[in-house]
Design a protein around this ligand. Structure first.
Ligand code: ADP
Ligand code: MG
Length: 394
């Protein structure tokens, strides 16, 4: 009797427990939220909401993340690339390492340079990360410019993969190219205009003024009976005419120093040093090394303009009483340095962005160097002075 009672109680308890369990399981199964996702799935969800293309690879170079923006950009679906080493397909027509592959391998700068020749640099904020900018002819209608950063992923064993993020900078590139084209045209037109004006002033204006002086001289000679007042008046006119001739000649020389065309770069620089002394009251030390020789006219003119602009910049912006212009004639190149120990300045990342603020000097220098196939380096910084270094192959 008692046994039956206990068994009944136990059965009821069992039924209640089972019911409760079933209730809990059903509740869990009916939950709207799935089970907590794995870290990888969570990361995938975060990256899919990210507006820039991103992918991640592991140390075996297998793709572990490929976000929606990258699917759109590349036309390659996540499902088709995850777990493969097909990341290159988004960017290149043939298999080759992408930046993330090199970073995941901890490749040295030399190896990275073999694939991204001079177009990459260490990323400023992340240790071991690199950023690069390159043109991808196969993307879009006419190719695309992308800026991309690849960063290593580390755990306590070291680098276990890499993540790469891309940004389409095609529009900026087109704007930059337009600006550079504009500066290039401006530089050429300015040079032609200077030449034209210098010649016109010399050949026409100066000649006319000189002819007037002769006429006045003759007029004087034929009039011995002028009053003193009349003579004084004519003398004043005569002096004014002479001053005008000197003024126009000087102006014409500044536009295009004949000494540059006649005698070459070094005499041109001596003339420039004298001119800057007069105009800005600064001392320019010209230092020539190597065997001085005449260079092609366009090279001499371009180097002259480069040095002139750099020296005028030092005179105007550096707040120093003196500066140095060095020119070295080497076997197959000419090196030029314009150095001041003045205030220095923060150089923008791209010189080509300066014309946007109406600053055409440094951009003009860069343009001329580019036209001659040379190299430009500007070493400056607040409080560090400025050194403009140019190398032109001969
Ligand atoms: N030698 C220099 N010392 C200090 N600042 C300089 C020097 N050269 C250039 N800069 C800075 O760089 C800017 C850009 O120069 P540039 O392109 O020649 O334009 P601009 O001389 O017309 O201002 C200048 O406005 C100035 O702030
Ligand atoms: Mg300037």
């Amino acid at each position: 009797m008692i046994n039956t009672f206990i068994i009944t109680i136990l059965l009821i308890a069992l039924a209640v427990t089972a019911g409760l369990l079933i209730f809990i399981v059903v509740r869990i199964m009916l939950r709207k939220e799935p089970w907590p996702a794995s870290t990888g799935e969570r990361l995938a969800r975060i990256l899919d909401g990210f507006p820039l293309p991103v992918f991640e690879i592991d140390s075996e170079h297998k793709v572990t993340q490929w976000n929606s923006a990258l699917e759109t950009m590349s036309g390659i679906k996540k499902a088709d690339v995850l777990g493969t080493s097909g990341q290159w397909r988004a960017f290149y027509p043939e298999k080759r390492p992408v930046l993330a592959d090199l970073i995941a391998d901890g490749a040295p700068g030399k190896t990275i340079d073999a694939f991204y020749k001079g177009k990459f640099k260490p990323a400023p904020l992340i240790d071991g990360a690199y950023e690069a900018e390159d043109f991808f002819p196969a993307l879009g209608e006419k190719g695309k410019w992308y800026q991309f950063t690849a960063s290593p992923i580390r755990d306590n064993r070291g680098v276990v993969g890499a993540i790469e993020i891309l940004e389409d900078v095609t529009d900026q590139h087109i704007a930059d190219q337009n600006l550079r084209y504009y500066v290039g045209q401006l530089t050429r037109v300015q040079e032609e205009e200077r030449k034209y004006l210098a010649r016109e002033l010399h050949d026409t204006t100066v000649q006319t003024l000189v002819a007037l002086i002769y006429q006045l001289d003759n007029f004087f000679a034929g009039k011995p009976n002028l009053t003193e007042a009349e003579t004084d008046r004519l003398r004043t006119i005569y002096k004014s005419l002479k001053r005008a001739v000197e003024g126009v000649r000087g102006f014409s020389r500044e536009l295009r120093p004949p000494v540059l065309d006649d005698l070459g770069l070094v005499p041109g620089l001596s003339w420039l040093a004298d001119d800057l002394k007069k105009v800005y009251n600064v001392e320019v030390n010209v230092d020539v090394s190597g065997e001085e020789k005449r260079l092609p006219q366009d090279v001499e003119l371009a180097l002259f303009r480069i040095i002139q602009e750099a020296l005028i910049n030092s005179a105007k912006h550096a707040r120093v009483p003196s500066m140095q212009a060095k020119i070295a004639y080497l076997k197959d190149k000419v090196e030029v340095n314009v150095i001041d120990r003045g205030e220095g300045f923060d150089l923008p990342e791209k010189i080509s962005s300066l014309p946007r603020d109406g600053k055409l000097g440094l951009a003009g220098i860069a343009e001329r160097v580019q036209l001659l196939g040379g190299r430009l380096e500007i070493d400056t910084g607040k409080g560090r002075g400025t050194s403009v270094n140019v190398e032109i192959p001969l």
